[in-house]
Design a protein around this ligand. Structure first.
Ligand code: SF4
Length: 180
């Protein structure tokens, strides 16, 4: 496996974040996909590593469409292809599968956010979510655990207040757009 390059990327051993993350095949293998999930995921991790997040013991799961073959709901952050190179975020999950990730909905269940984020903006949202978690979580608290404790309302409020993500939160989707 090592002779074929497994375990290393760009001359460096896989980071913790990369080891825990993954994607479905997406384009060009699967004709059902909207996105290039398999190629996007390593590039996304490259960018997150460059921002200093490689040591995060958290996971990101990417799928090219709503069939969700990679099971992004079992990751801390799930990205579900929701249109041409667009992704819906799933939060609140973890790898034990005891808690399944779900879309970011208001507590009354009327509106959802992060339903159709362009590929180029996914890194911005994750960077804000990672910082929010790192600055506020209790010692030893995982990201999914932190999100479940503070709830969707606090996450939505933070993303709306943060200048980097304000614009991405301006147009919520009606609840019937949810992809479970
Ligand atoms: S999640 Fe969608 S794009 Fe990915 S392998 Fe399954 S059917 Fe194909």
């Amino acid at each position: 496996m090592k002779s074929y390059g497994y375990g290393e990327r760009n001359g460096k051993t896989y980071s913790k974040l990369r080891t825990l993350s993954g994607a479905c095949v997406g384009r060009d293998t699967c004709r059902l996909t909207y996105t290039d999930s398999e190629r996007f995921e390593p590039e996304l991790i490259d960018e997150l590593e460059n921002l200093g997040w490689g040591d995060m013991a958290e996971s990101i799961g990417v799928t090219g469409c709503e069939r969700q073959c990679f099971r992004p709901g079992t990751k801390t952050i799930g990205l579900v292809g929701s249109g041409m190179d667009r992704y819906m975020f799933k939060l609140f999950g973890d790898e034990t599968a005891r808690f399944q990730g779900k879309p970011l909905m208001t507590s009354d269940g009327e509106q959802m956010y992060l339903r159709s984020i362009p590929r180029a903006d996914v890194i911005t949202v994750i960077n804000v979510l990672f910082k929010f978690y790192k600055e506020n979580a209790k010692t030893g608290e995982g990201m999914g655990e932190y999100h479940r404790r503070i709830g969707a309302g606090a996450i939505i409020a933070h993303l709306k207040e943060n200048p980097a993500t304000t614009a991405l939160l301006q147009k919520p989707f009606p609840a019937d757009c949810v992809m479970e």
